[in-house]
Design a protein around this ligand. Structure first.
Ligand code: GDP
Length: 147
C-alpha cells in the first residue's frame, strides 16, 4: 500500500530572490508581482528562512544559494554546506527569475558543471511564468529516500 512520508523542505537564499513566490506558484498556481513575505510559512509548512542569519551556517553551498535570483550576481555567492550533518539531504539549486533573461547576471553554463560535480539538482525556474517550478519540486521529491 501507500506509505505517507513527511519531509522538511527549507528554502534558502538572499532576500528578493523569490522564495515564497516559488512556493505560491507550486502550491496555488499563482504569482504576485508584489509578493508579501512569510504568509505561506504556516499554511504549507515549507520553511522560508527569509534570509535569517542562523540558517547561513547550514546553508548551501558550492555553487550558490539554494534559491537564487539570476539577475543578481551577489546572491550566487558561495557558502559552505555542512552536508555531513544530514547525509540524506537533497539539494536543488534554483536559478530563479529565468524569465528576466535580459537582466541575467549569472551564467547558467558555469553553474551546471558545478551543480553536476556536487550532485545538486539545478533548474532555471520562473515563479512568474511557472517554468520548471513543478518540475523542480517533483524532482526533489523523486530523490528523497523511500525507506
Ligand atoms: P523573497 O525575498 O525570496 O521572499 O522573494 P519574493 O518571493 O518576495 O519575491 C521578490 C520579488 O521578486 C517579488 O516582487 C516577486 O514578484 C518577484 N519574483 C519572484 N519570482 C520571480 C520570477 O520568477 N520572475 C520575476 N520576473 N519576478 C519574480
Amino acid at each position: 500500500g501507500n506509505k505517507m512520508c513527511q519531509f522538511k523542505l527549507v528554502l534558502l537564499g538572499e532576500s528578493a530572490v523569490g522564495k515564497p513566490s516559488l512556493v505560491l506558484r507550486f502550491v496555488k498556481g499563482q504569482f504576485h508581482e508584489f509578493q508579501e513575505t512569510d504568509f505561506l510559512t504556516q499554511t504549507f509548512e515549507i520553511w522560508d528562512t527569509a534570509g535569517q542569519e542562523q540558517y547561513h551556517s547550514l546553508a548551501p553551498m558550492y555553487c550558490g544559494g539554494a534559491q537564487t535570483d539570476t539577475t543578481n550576481e551577489e546572491s550566487f555567492a558561495t557558502e559552505e554546506l555542512q552536508r555531513q550533518a544530514c547525509p540524506d539531504i537533497v539539494i536543488a539549486l534554483s536559478g530563479n527569475k529565468a524569465d528576466l533573461a535580459n537582466k541575467r547576471a549569472v551564467d547558467f553554463q558555469e553553474v551546471q558543471p558545478c551543480a553536476d560535480d556536487n550532485s545538486l539538482l539545478f533548474m532555471k525556474t520562473s515563479a512568474k511564468t511557472s517554468m520548471n517550478v513543478n518540475e523542480m519540486f517533483v524532482a526533489i521529491a523523486k530523490k528523497l529516500p523511500k525507506n
